[in-house]
Design a protein around this ligand. Structure first.
Ligand code: PGA
Length: 251
């Protein structure tokens, strides 16, 4: 079986001034990385260039939290993949549940954003996840398969090489409620099965699948111990240098 390099990613969402972003990245640069994880932070667009500049030469990579699907144009307030890349992003989070539910990113829109990220060589962190209602109706796997199927429509394993999937149950995001390690493992295994069926076993075995949703210093170890959990996408605790450092250095 392929040994997958873990990824610990922090999604800063709509937090941090420039000064706060700078202080956080500086603290993380010296926080250690005992698992040789790929460490990624996703600042808001105002801090992206600054954080990328400060991260240069360190082990930390920088992601944007979204991109528009066009390269430029009359799209007031949006940021294009060209601009994100120019500011120093190497990765793009796409399909975060807050983008889906608050800003109306549909599978069709996300499919265009996938195209935009691929066009400019941004590594995609593609988020999927079910609501509580969907989980209670036993629709979890069907919902996630459909998000993957429709969001990634039209692309081959070769096109999507290196893409990262993040499983983030909507009911666990920012709620303090974490999926149990067993719940996470069950969905991660199903996602890997989807990838195997669609893109082949080799692709599925190589793809990192992150868990997100109230990951904390106190629960990261048991989550990371699951065989199909290859990393974490962290919100709240990614803003606290000491907490995120402990998550990076999971046991
Ligand atoms: P949370 O956010 O860790 O605050 O639950 C996770 C996410 O939205 O990526």
């Amino acid at each position: 079986m392929t040994k997958r390099t873990p990824i610990i990613a922090g999604n800063w969402k709509m937090h941090n001034t420039l000064a706060e972003s700078a202080a956080l990245i500086e603290a993380l640069k010296t926080a250690g990385n005992k698992n040789n994880a790929e460490v990624i932070v996703a600042p808001s667009f105002t801090s992206l260039a600054k954080v990328a500049e400060l991260a240069k030469g360190s082990h930390i990579q920088v992601s944007c939290q979204d991109v528009h699907w066009e390269d430029k144009g009359a799209f007031t307030s949006a940021v294009s993949p060209v601009q994100a890349k120019d500011a120093g992003a190497t990765h793009a989070i796409l399909g975060h549940s807050e983008r889906r539910s608050v800003f109306g990113d549909t599978d069709e829109i996300l499919n265009k954003k996938v195209a935009a990220a691929l066009r400019h060589g941004l590594t995609i962190i593609f988020c999927v996840g079910e609501t509580l209602q969907e989980r209670e109706a036993n629709e979890t796997i069907a919902v996630i398969n459909s998000q993957l199927e429709n969001g990634l429509k039209g692309y081959t394993a070769e096109d999507l090489k290196g893409m990262v999937i993040a499983y983030e149950p909507v009911w666990a995001i920012g709620t303090g409620k974490t999926a149990t390690p067993e719940q996470a493992q069950e969905v991660h295994a199903a996602i890997r099965q989807f990838l195997a069926d669609k893109y082949g076993k080799e692709y599925a075995e190589a793809t990192r699948i992150l868990y997100g949703g109230s990951v904390k210093d106190s629960n990261v170890d048991e989550i990371m111990a699951q065989p199909d959990v290859d990393g974490a996408l962290v919100g709240g605790q990614a803003l606290l240098a000491d907490k995120f450092a402990r998550i990076i250095n999971f046991n």
